[in-house]
Design a protein around this ligand. Structure first.
Ligand code: ADP
Length: 426
């Protein structure tokens, strides 16, 4: 087996896949583990991304889980640790970006690290320490109204300082633009001023690639998924098609969608307009006690042998609000997630081995229902969404050659995603 070089800890599930996707594109062979594995790594890879769900839990619990992941990664020989959070720096006043970063620094005896959510491919840029989402500052992007992690300040030095006891500083764009040596010099200067964590400006992939070499000796890097594009080269790895190679795909094809994001609504419509076989799931019928999953599976049975099928609860904002008004937001969400996950499992039982899942929370529910513990990351379908391969697990319904699965978070993917995905795999 080769040597594990990069060990990553991600604070949520689809965020972990996003990071893994960037590492693969930069030449690393990567597996994503769902939670901290109970057994040693048995895959020949350059990086492992441990996916936690620690973004909005209590800081002490997020620290405990992250340190658990760290210990496992260290036991597998990881040479560098990457703490991955959202490219919109999603956090509460308590954390968890700051507290987890400091706990990892402590455990790694690391006296300096960086923090930057910059991901220019997804229009997240940092300039003078201010985070932009698209053309506007973070606090004007809609993120100021996020139900769990409202981001009301775009100044990341301020935001992170409020979560940290160590001093937070800035490596600004004028330095990053001058490259590796200038960044290294600036780090030495910040250190001499007693600063231990630096927000780093980056407005382009070139900035991130210039940053990469300056991070080569840092035991800990904290970032969104963007910084990942500059790291594999530090380990002598270059982009190659081998990095994304997966076992050959076979079996039947299906899409399940519990995402109600705008992009997913367009993707469902596009699939139907192309003549695809699609069935809508009605949350009110689930609430009325109808076995909607059994109905959907009976509908799919005669079709799925001939063509990809789509089962969706995807609906537009007005319809979702109305359902939530009747059932409650959480109850509606949980009920639909359970149903979509049962349908995903039933489809796999019927021989589906190429499965697309749309929706972040929905993906979590489906992966759990399928008993998936680990996924090898393959080729990208659209930015942020790769095909993955999960092998058979004794505890789950996936048998034989395993299952190819693509987990798409809400607003990712072009309109033709549900069609394009199967083309990419073919
Ligand atoms: P996204 O990645 O687009 O945010 P998620 O799966 O994370 O998608 O979240 C969508 C949430 O909405 C899930 O909890 C899902 O169960 C719920 N949901 C899906 N369809 C409906 C619907 N028609 N009405 C109400 N809630 C829904």
């Amino acid at each position: 087996m080769g040597k594990l070089v990069l060990g990553c800890i991600a604070d949520d599930f689809t965020g972990a896949t996003d990071l893994a996707n960037n590492l693969v594109r930069a030449g690393m062979r990567v597996v994503q583990a769902i939670g901290v594995p109970a057994t040693p790594l048995d895959a020949d890879v350059d990086a492992v991304v441990v996916a936690l769900k620690s973004r909005t839990i209590a800081p002490a619990e997020a620290i405990a889980q992250s340190l658990d992941a760290l210990r496992w990664l260290q036991a597998q020989g990881a040479q560098q640790i990457y703490f991955k959070y959202c490219s919109t720096f999603d956090s509460t006043a308590q954390g968890n970006i700051g507290p987890v970063t400091e706990a990892l620094m402590e455990a790694l005896q690391c006296d300096f690290t960086i923090a930057t959510p910059a991901f220019p491919d997804n229009k997240r840029t940092v300039f003078k320490g201010y985070l932009f989402a698209g053309d506007v500052l973070l606090n004007e992007s809609g993120m100021q109204n996020h139900p769990l992690t409202p981001m009301t300040d775009a100044n990341l030095v301020r935001v992170l300082q409020a979560q940290c006891t160590r001093k937070v500083g800035l490596i600004d764009h004028a330095v990053v633009a001058r490259g590796d040596a200038a960044i290294t010099e600036r780090i030495a200067q910040l250190r001499s001023e007693g600063i231990s964590i630096a927000i780093v400006d980056a407005v382009s992939n070139d900035d991130l690639l210039r940053l990469g070499p300056a991070l080569a000796k840092m035991p800990l890097v904290t970032a969104g998924s963007g910084v990942a594009i500059g790291l594999p080269a530090n380990f002598g790895l270059a982009p190659s098609s081998q990095a994304s190679a997966l076992p050959a795909a076979g079996g039947l094809r299906a899409v399940v969608s519990g995402s109600c994001s705008l992009a997913t609504n367009r993707q469902v419509l596009d699939f139907i307009q192309r003549g695809g076989a699609a069935l809508a799931v009605d949350p009110l019928r689930i609430a009325a006690g109808v076995d909607v999953a059994a109905e959907a599976l009976a509908w799919a049975a005669p079709l799925v042998g001939k063509q990809p099928v789509l089962v969706y609860s995807t609906a537009e904002a007005g319809a979702v609000k109305s359902v939530q008004g009747k059932l409650g937001v959480e109850e509606a969400g949980a009920m639909v997630e359970r149903t979509i996950a049962a349908i995903a499992r039933g489809l796999v039982d019927k021989g589906v081995r190429q499965l697309v899942v749309a929706g972040g929370e929905t993906s979590g529910a489906c992966v759990q229902a399928l008993g998936i513990a680990q996924m090898q990351i393959g080729p990208q379908i659209d930015p942020g969404v790769p095909w993955c391969h999960a092998r058979a697990e004794a505890a789950g319904p996936v048998d034989g050659a395993g299952v190819h699965i693509a987990l798409k978070s809400g607003n990712f993917g072009g309109d033709d995603f549900f069609t394009k995905a199967f083309t990419v795999l073919a």
